[in-house]
Design a protein around this ligand. Structure first.
Ligand code: SF4
Length: 452
């Protein structure tokens, strides 16, 4: 249990305690500020720790930002000493390390100094530096369009997304597509100059051809620009030549084939109901149409060993896709995995991440975006890798919050970026499909209002 004299620091401190599995332990924390110095005192049992950090905040917002930062750092140092371990991202608990690096750069500071102070590992500082280099000149600064397809063949046991097996939701699909088409028509005035379109899921290819065609047609009627166009087609078992043909015809230029693992036992264990053979078949079909292809992998699935994971990375590389995304398994509320597990301990996760970085770099891939989620195994992250010049613009714009994102469908968060004011306004649609369907009129007008 945490006792603190500064309640507003509690959520940040709890993030650090959770990262070390220490949130049930008793700590007493006292924070104060005086004369440009931030003081954090921590008591754990009979041990006392005192920290002092100098910084002169420009205003109240900066004061709070640094108070949180120094409190987290104090706890990180205490817990690291007690447990005798370092975490790869040190006291940095946010989901967008690269965004923090950009903020430091914009303030005229070298982000590396802050990251070193926050005890981020040398490898991760180098990773962020490389990503910033690769992103240089790639972001559009324009806007992007996201279309949400919350349907999947079955539910993977690690997934917390609002998707449900299509057997249970197929009665909504027709009405869902009707609403989606109405939404897309309504945003015609907003999507002028759009630089990327992303149809994501879920598993968009679970939709029957006719529904897919209606969505593509609606997009084609409003997006007139020469935009990057991605479909996160999804699981290999729903790929068909007709869906690929349709995608090509409507201008899709990037497709995601998501195996997650090339180990059949793992796929069975996580409830994915497809095989490695089907992945290879789907990949070959998609490649024949000339799409840029992204392949997703997850480190830490089921009881995979280091060697199982290494084989998956090698297999993905051998297919020669333009993009490979390496996720680290995370424990999320709403996932079946979370029902049976309180903690996520993955043997060898450090080596898995390390080998993925080494093999991908050797094969000529560059890291181009990264994000973190809460409760990821070993405190690691998700990294998108690409062949030189093949970064996915949508992923960069959205992850770094460089561009407005006009998002339609259920569980879609539209964002309007006010870069000069360093402010973002959001509008989120309902997660639940029946609620989304019943509120479609107000959803349409609220989104127009956001971008007016
Ligand atoms: S395919 Fe993706 S969205 Fe669908 S259940 Fe599995 S992880 Fe979740």
């Amino acid at each position: 249990m945490l006792n603190t004299n500064s309640e507003y620091l509690r959520p940040e401190i709890m993030d650090v305690l959770r990262a070390f599995d220490m949130e049930e332990e008793e700590f007493t924390h006292y924070f104060s500020y005086s004369g440009g110095k931030f003081f954090n005192s921590i008591q754990y049992g009979v041990r006392f720790f005192d920290f002092e950090d100098k910084f002169d905040p420009a205003d109240d917002i900066e004061f709070k930002r640094y108070a949180k930062r120094f409190a987290k750092l104090a706890f990180y140092k205490v817990l690291s000493e007690i447990k005798g371990i370092n975490l790869p991202w040190g006291a940095l608990t946010g989901i967008r390390p690269t965004k923090l690096a950009y903020m430091e750069k914009a303030s005229g500071r070298d982000f590396k100094e802050l990251f070193e102070k926050l005890c981020v590992s040398k490898e991760n500082i180098a990773l962020v530096e490389k990503i910033l280099q690769v992103q240089n000149g790639v972001c559009s600064g324009g806007k992007s369009l996201y279309i949400s397809i919350p349907f999947c063949p079955t539910k993977c046991d690690y997934c917390s997304f609002i998707t449900a097996p299509v057997d249970k939701t197929k009665q909504y699909i027709e009405k869902y597509v009707d609403c989606l088409v109405r939404e897309i028509e309504s945003i015609e005035p907003l999507v002028k100059g759009v630089s990327s379109v992303y149809i994501g899921g879920g598993t968009p290819f679970v939709l029957e051809n006719e529904y897919l065609r209606r969505i593509y047609e609606a997009v084609a009627a409003v997006v007139k620009d020469d935009a990057e166009y991605t479909v996160e087609a999804g699981r290999p078992d729903v790929f068909t030549p007709e869906k690929l043909e349709l995608s090509k015809r409507y201008g899709v230029n990037r497709i995601c084939v998501n195996p997650q693992s090339f180990n059949d036992d793992t796929l069975k264990a996580i409830g994915r109901k497809h095989t490695c053979e089907q992945t290879l078949h789907a990949y070959a079909e998609a490649a024949a149409y000339g799409f840029d292809i992204n392949v997703d992998l997850i480190a830490g699935l089921a009881d995979e060993t280091y060697s199982d994971f290494q084989k998956s990375v090698e297999k993905a590389i051998s297919l020669d896709p333009t993009n490979i995304t390496v996720h680290t398994l995370s424990l999320k509320s709403g996932a079946k995995l979370k029902e049976n597990l309180k903690r996520l301990h993955v043997n060898g996760i450090e080596e898995m991440i390390s080998v993925s970085r080494r093999l991908l770099t050797t094969a000529g891939y560059e890291p181009y975006y990264l994000y973190r989620q809460k409760y990821q195994a070993g405190g690691y992250e998700n990294v998108g890798w690409c062949k030189h010049g093949k970064a996915c613009l949508y992923n960069i714009d959205v992850m770094e919050e460089f561009a407005d994102n006009i998002a339609v469908g259920a569980n879609a968060i539209s964002k309007r970026v006010f870069a000069k004011e360093e402010r973002i306004e959001r509008y989120a649609t309902p997660k639940d499909i029946p609620t989304y369907l019943s509120k479609i009129d107000s959803i349409i007008s609220k989104r127009i209002e956001l971008f007016k």
